[in-house]
Design a protein around this ligand. Structure first.
Ligand SMILES: Nc1ncnc2c1ncn2[C@@H]1O[C@H](COP(=O)(O)OP(=O)(O)OP(=O)(O)O)[C@@H](O)[C@H]1O
Ligand SMILES: [Mg+2]
Length: 244
């Protein structure tokens, strides 16, 4: 597993990034890689700074020191609308779809900077997300939680990103729907996208990821092959729990 992972090109590199909301830094000196066609999971307790890290990478908040590179080009502190052109998609946990618009309209908006091929891209994503294909005319607000999560991902994929950041995509879903969603995430990586996912369900995300980072109090505490972290006594005791 980790050999194929380590052979894959790095599509997102975060180097010694420090960021916050104006006061003292929330995340400090965080370094991580995301590789093409693989899943990198960030796990850690509530308030560790996982969402803050994704916001710093995606230009929502300012990086005060350190560097971010997408496809080997520096993107530190570019605004979100420029980052989508650099092939980075960010799917925040909330407010990631427009409930009053149909599924198709949501996808069209996701592809707003595409000059050509919007309809073809929607067709292609319909193959990847069959549930959405059946619901193109429905209002996003009428979808189930699982379908809404898939729509949020599909919107992010409209511009053919090379890297996608997902913040808690399976929050609030039943175990069965979580499995379906993870299957979809794996299908997306099979198309060559590198995914960085933050999840509350530590055990499940480490089961699906190839590499994991454990974040505590705004810093990377440790990282390694996800399979190894899943069986690491310290990680299990502190962050995974023996029963979850
Ligand atoms: N908009 C904000 N302004 C100021 N502080 C914030 C803001 N958002 C988050 N914080 C603070 O940043 C810290 C890290 O929060 P963050 O949401 O990044 O953690 P998290 O690891 O994603 O947690 P969770 O697992 O609960 O989602 C917390 O102490 C939080 O109070
Ligand atoms: Mg969070």
């Amino acid at each position: 597993m980790s050999d194929a992972y380590l052979d894959a090109p790095v599509v997102l590199r975060v180097e010694n990034v420090t960021a916050g909301y104006g006061g003292s830094p929330i995340i400090e000196d965080v370094t991580l890689d995301v590789r093409k066609g693989h899943i990198t999971a960030i796990v850690g307790p509530n308030g560790a700074g996982k969402s803050t890290l994704l916001k710093a990478i995606s230009g929502v908040i300012k990086v005060t020191s350190g560097h971010v590179f997408v496809l080997d080009k520096e993107t530190t502190n570019l605004p979100p609308e420029k980052l989508v052109r650099r092939k980075l998609a960010y799917v925040p946990q909330v407010a990631n779809t427009f409930p009053d618009l149909t599924v198709k309209e949501n996808l069209e908006m996701g592809g707003y900077t595409r000059k050509h091929g919007v309809a073809q891209r929607i067709d292609a994503l319909g193959e990847l997300f069959p549930d959405l294909k059946k619901s193109l005319r429905r209002k996003a607000g009428a979808l189930s939680g699982g379908q809404r999560s898939m729509l949020a991902m599909a919107r992010g994929l409209m511009l053919d990103p090379e890297v996608m950041l997902l913040d808690e995509p399976s929050a609030g879903l039943s175990p069965i729907l979580q499995s379906a969603l993870w299957e979809q995430i794996e299908n997306v990586t099979a198309t060559g996208v590198g995914i960085c996912v933050v999840e509350q369900n530590t055990r499940r995300s480490l089961r699906h990821a190839q590499w994991g980072y454990v974040m505590v109090l705004g810093k990377n505490r440790l990282d390694g092959p996800a399979e190894k972290l899943l069986h690491d006594e310290e990680v299990i005791d502190l962050y995974v729990g023996r029963m979850s």
